[in-house]
Design a protein around this ligand. Sequence first.
Ligand code: GLP
Length: 241
Amino acid sequence: MQFIQVKDYQQLCEVASQKIIQIVKKSPNSTLGLATGGTPEGIYRLLCKDHQQHGTSYQLVQTVNLDEYVGLAKDHPNSYHYYMQQHLFSKIDLPEHQAHIPNGLADDLEQECERYEQLIERLDGVDLQILGIGQNGHIGFNEPGTSFSSRTHIVKLAESTRLANQRFFHSIDEVPRYAITMGIGTIMKSKSILLLVNGVKKATVLRRLFEEEVHNQLPASILKHHPHVTIVADEEAASQL
Ligand code: GLP
């Protein structure tokens, strides 16, 4: 694993956005694996700015998002469809049919998971997967205990994850209990991975990631077995190292 420590969130966003822009410029038909949550917001802002100012084009790019809540409509302000639209898709030239997110409203959710997994295979895998990390070590919505070989599946969200994400909702009751997520096996098939860790709330989990062996109670620990992972962390997140 390559580890890059930066000063603050702004620098983290600059490093991460530059890596994405480099890949898209080098291989305009890349498949990008995208994440949601608070961490990537600033990165998407910089990608939009770069698109406006320097014209980096996403015409041939495909994107696959990590996860989506079950039961939220695409236009629900807390759905990840809406998030991606607001933060990135509406501001760059990525064709709509090339932006893929699991459908948390599918009639048959199992079938939707299968469809999504096959779609990623058809795209020949993800070239660069962006990841945040949950305070309990989850990646995507793969909670502690998830099998390392899991494929896209439905998850029951841990209460700690619901509480952490409550800040985006009016109340805890509104936070969905289930989600569809790429599995850990799906994520591990990505050709390269960029794990972004910022803020003091992530200091403990980043320390655990460095100190602990690979075990499925800390889902992100499996990344140590991936040949091309870069972790970018700011000073606050790295404060316990
Ligand atoms: C969420 C998402 C993850 C995200 C993580 C951290 O629950 N499903 O994909 O990486 O938790 O979120 P944040 O960046 O807001 O701390």
